[in-house]
Design a protein around this ligand. Structure first.
Ligand code: ADP
Ligand code: MG
Length: 262
C-alpha cells in the first residue's frame, strides 16, 4: 500500500482511538526511527511514552483547575534566601510527600506574606502530580460549604472534595472569627479526617490565640488535639514577600512583629 494511504488511515485510527499526541509526532518519530535504526519496540515505546505523558499532563492540568488553587507555584519558585528564619531542611523534607502516607497534618504559622499559601500550594501541586486527589479552600469558604452540608443533611459524608480528598488545604484559618456552631462544624471536619487523610492548615494566629477566635476553648482543645497529634508545625517568622522593596527594612520588621504579637 502506498505510504501516504497508510499514513492517512493511521491518522484516522489515531483520532478514533483518541491518541492525538501520537498523531502529532508520528511522522517525526518514524523518520527518527529510520535515521537511527531504532527497533520496532523502541519506536512503539517512544510513541506510547509521548501519548502517556501528554495525557498525564492534561490530567494534572484539569485536576489543578478544579482543585480550587488560587495559582500554581512550586518549591523551586520559593526563595529561601529571602526568608532566612525558615527551617529549610524541614520544609524541603515535606516535599518527599511521606506525610501523606502517614496521614500527618502540616500547619504553617506566621504573619502575612511569608509564604504560607505558597508552600501549601506547592505541596498540593506536588501531591497532585504524584496522583493524589487534592482540594484547596480558605477557612471561610470551608465553613460556608460545611454549613450548606449541614442544612442538606450531608455533614457526615466525606464524598465531597473538600472533605474526602487525600490532601485538603485549609488556608487563612484565623482571618475571620467563627461562631460556636461553625466551630463545631470545623471540629467535625477535623475529626473526620483525623488519621485518615492529611490536611494542611495555614494561620496567622498562634495556637494560644485560637480559643479567642473560636470562642469555645473546649472545642478548640479537641480540634488542636486531633490536628497536632500527627503533624509537622512550620513556624515562619520573617518579613512579607509582598512588601519587599516597598518599605524600609525597619518598618517591615516592626510590622511583621506586630502581627505576630496581635
Ligand atoms: P502568606 O500566605 O503567608 O500570606 P503567600 O504565600 O501568599 O503569603 O505569599 C505572598 C506572595 O509572595 C505570593 O505571591 C508568594 O508566591 C510570594 N512569596 C512569599 N514568600 C516567597 C519566597 N520566599 N520566595 C518567593 N516568593 C514568595
Ligand atoms: Mg496566604
Amino acid at each position: 500500500m502506498a505510504e501516504q494511504l497508510i499514513l492517512d488511515r493511521l491518522s484516522e485510527n489515531l483520532t478514533r482511538l483518541r491518541l492525538p499526541r501520537i498523531k502529532e509526532v508520528l511522522s517525526e518519530l518514524v523518520l527518527a526511527a529510520e535515521t537511527n535504526s531504532w527497533s520496532y519496540l523502541t519506536l512503539l515505546d517512544r510513541l506510547m511514552e509521548e501519548e502517556v505523558s501528554r495525557k498525564e499532563q492534561r490530567r494534572i492540568e484539569s485536576v489543578l483547575k478544579l482543585s480550587g488553587l488560587p495559582w500554581v507555584k512550586t518549591l523551586d519558585d520559593f526563595d529561601f534566601a529571602f526568608q532566612p528564619g525558615i527551617n529549610r531542611r524541614q520544609v524541603v523534607d515535606l516535599f518527599d510527600l511521606s506525610f501523606l502516607e502517614r496521614k500527618d497534618n502540616i500547619l504553617f504559622l506566621g504573619p502575612p506574606g511569608v509564604g504560607k499559601t505558597h508552600l501549601s500550594v506547592a505541596l498540593a501541586v506536588k501531591a497532585c502530580q504524584a496522583g493524589c486527589t487534592i482540594h484547596f479552600t480558605t477557612m471561610s469558604e470551608l465553613i460556608h460549604k460545611l454549613r450548606k452540608d449541614q442544612e442538606s443533611g450531608r455533614i457526615g459524608k466525606n464524598n465531597r472534595p473538600y472533605k474526602g480528598s487525600n490532601l485538603v488545604v485549609v488556608d487563612e484559618v484565623g482571618y475571620t472569627p467563627i461562631d460556636r456552631e461553625e466551630c463545631n462544624l470545623f471540629y467535625q471536619f477535623v475529626a473526620m479526617r483525623y488519621e485518615k487523610a492529611s490536611t494542611i492548615i495555614s494561620s496567622n494566629k498562634a495556637f494560644d490565640e485560637w480559643s479567642e477566635l473560636f470562642h469555645d476553648p473546649v472545642i478548640v482543645t479537641a480540634i488542636l488535639d486531633r490536628l497536632l497529634h500527627h503533624s509537622v508545625v512550620v513556624n515562619i517568622k520573617g518579613n512579607s514577600y509582598r512588601l519587599r522593596n516597598k518599605l524600609p527594612a525597619g518598618v517591615e520588621k516592626a510590622l511583621s512583629e506586630e502581627v505576630i504579637a496581635e
